[in-house]
Design a binder for this molecule. Structure first.
Ligand code: AMP
Ligand code: FE
Ligand code: FE
Ligand code: ZN
Length: 287
């Protein structure tokens, strides 16, 4: 039996592991398939695919977009889309710019509170095009202005805290359209953590293909509930740890081991959009 983790973040967004480290750790944990789902970037997909290939592992390109649906925040996962030369790839650049501007805004707010931090320090720590609050938190810790990332979040960065600034959210309709145009499959991330879970039927009408039923922060009851919901609506089922490396304490990688049958269904779904692509690449035939 092969296992998968279909929700991982790398150092190309707010995870701490590089693609090579992610692949190596996944291999140690006996994961056969991993998907990289960085926030607002697909840059890490090529190096992760290469690292996986070297270890004889299967790789699924992905992305996690922060979207808005009826005034609620929803996280949408895109899987198996074309990485380059798509409207998704070009629009993503705008999300990255918005993220950089948001960092400047949060730093301005910190400066107004008398905290001396500059945006360049945050960008240096982030060392990626998709800086976020965890990078501001790490900068505050590095500068000795907070004792931990958690403290930085609870004093300054949590929603509605003094240095918090709203994040740009693309509409869910547009994200679904962009992922599908690129040949990808759209999955609602961690519905158990979303306030919009009651809108699943409407999200299905908007075009989502699946639910992330297995997630490190879902309780057993939540997992069962979303598995039933997915079956009822004939949605595909995915799962992943949502590991961000060591940025939130113990790394979550390995906490979800999704059986490979779900990976086959995900690939089969993508193949429906690309009838000329075989559902499972020959070199990754499951046992
Ligand atoms: P952003 O995309 O900039 O709004 O930042 C969101 C990221 O911050 C997500 O990956 C969250 O999981 C992470 N985050 C939220 N609260 C905390 C916390 N207390 N400690 C570390 N990371 C957190
Ligand atoms: Fe994150
Ligand atoms: Fe998320
Ligand atoms: Zn995530």
């Amino acid at each position: 039996m092969h296992f998968a983790d279909l929700h991982l973040h790398s150092s190309f967004s707010d995870g701490t592991y590089t693609p090579v480290e992610l692949a190596r750790r996944s291999h140690e944990l006996e994961l056969h398939t991993i998907a990289l789902t960085d926030h607002d970037t697909m840059e890490g997909c090529k190096p992760t695919a290469e690292a996986c290939a070297e270890l004889g592992m299967d790789f699924i390109p992905g992305v996690e977009l922060t979207a808005e649906f009826k005034n609620y925040e929803v996280h949408l996962l895109g899987y198996l889309m074309k990485i380059e030369d798509t409207p998704l790839a070009s629009e993503i650049v705008q999300f990255q710019r918005a993220r950089q501007e948001r960092i400047r805004e949060m730093v301005r707010r910190l400066n107004h509170l008398g905290i001396s931090l500059d945006a360049e320090t945050v960008f240096e720590i982030a060392n990626c095009r998709c800086p976020g609050r965890p990078h501001v938190a790490r900068a505050l810790v590095k500068k000795g202005l907070c004792s931990s990332v958690d403290e930085a979040f609870s004093r300054f960065l949590r929603r509605r805290c003094p240095a918090w600034a709203p994040k740009f959210r693309i509409s869910a309709h547009r994200s679904i359209e962009l992922i599908k145009q690129a040949g990808g499959v759209v999955v609602l991330a961690h519905p158990g953590l979303s306030r919009a879970a009651h809108l699943i039927p409407e999200l299905i009408n908007a075009g989502i293909d699946g639910l992330e039923c297995f997630h490190s922060k879902h309780s057993t009851t939540e997992t069962e509930h979303y598995v039933n919901t997915a079956k009822q609506h004939e949605l595909i089922i995915t799962g992943g740890s949502d590991c961000h490396g060591t940025s939130k304490g113990k790394p979550l990688i390995g906490s979800i081991k999704l059986p490979s049958s779900y990976v086959h269904k995900l690939r089969a779904k993508a193949a429906q959009f690309h009838p000329d692509t075989p559902p499972i690449p020959a070199m990754n035939l499951p046992n």
